[in-house]
Design a protein around this ligand. Sequence first.
Ligand SMILES: Cc1cc2nc3c(=O)[nH]c(=O)nc-3n(C[C@H](O)[C@H](O)[C@H](O)COP(=O)(O)O)c2cc1C
Length: 280
Amino acid sequence: MILAPLRGVTTRCFRETFAEVIRGVGFTEAVTPFVSALPGRDPLRERELSGGPLPFRVTPQFIGKDPAALRGCLEKVKEAGFDTADLNCGCPFPMVRSKGRGSGLLRTPRVLRIMLETGCGVMGAGRFSVKTRLGVDRADELLDLMPVLNDFPLRFLAVHPRTARQMYGGECDIAMFERVAAAAKMPVVRNGDVPFEPGGGSCGNVMVGRSFIRYLGSRADIGALLERYISASLAEFGGERPVLGRLKELISYWRDSPGWRRRWDAVKICRSVVELRSVI
Ligand SMILES: Cc1cc2nc3c(=O)[nH]c(=O)nc-3n(C[C@H](O)[C@H](O)[C@H](O)COP(=O)(O)O)c2cc1C
């Protein structure tokens, strides 16, 4: 069971603070929220990919369309000790995909091919993975691309079986996911609305995001975990505003649960960490 990348949620600070929980419930790997595959220095990327070892594999995820820049980034992460990496081919946001990044790569098979060649070339066979959607507008676009993906020794192909156009609405298209899985030469990981079950349940390779985050709110030790998360976030940011934003985003996942519904109303209007601490 792989922890899905959730930008702004499953950050390095989150992975460190919740490490024992993440490992304890059965995750063996976390894919990081995407970082840019751009040349030069990027403080956000450096922050996301720093830190000591954790009790599960951490796979950096890159977003971009420039093979030379991807190569440079992968060489750096390899040097830093990461031995796996992932390419974001699924980000659905129009600003990203219209520039040919994220799910936009599904529309430029030639660029996609060079990115995969670069990724597998630098990381090595079985060490570079792809996370994607079924398509941009149509659910059969990924299926049409399988001959390209099958040309590479990918570690896995994680599929969120919605189109980019769907964003997070509508149903997952499981029938199309099965067709992709049948066409794939590499291991396929099922993502998207997979219910969280400690231990990963029995449905094979899964990548779980939001349902795990929702589960966290129901844990008996969530108060202590949040306290640690606030302290670690304060140390990371050095100011209260981003800490409040981060904590509100996390707690918003629990707003429909009986224990949090009323507290969420108070959390969302908190204007200081002291207030937040008193509410949670
Ligand atoms: C807030 C948020 C941030 C996300 N950030 C990323 C990201 O950085 N990289 C990525 O590949 N997918 C990202 N996703 C998509 C998730 O990894 C996942 O594919 C999607 O939420 C479906 O899985 P789930 O139903 O288990 O959450 C994000 C989703 C959400 C809701």
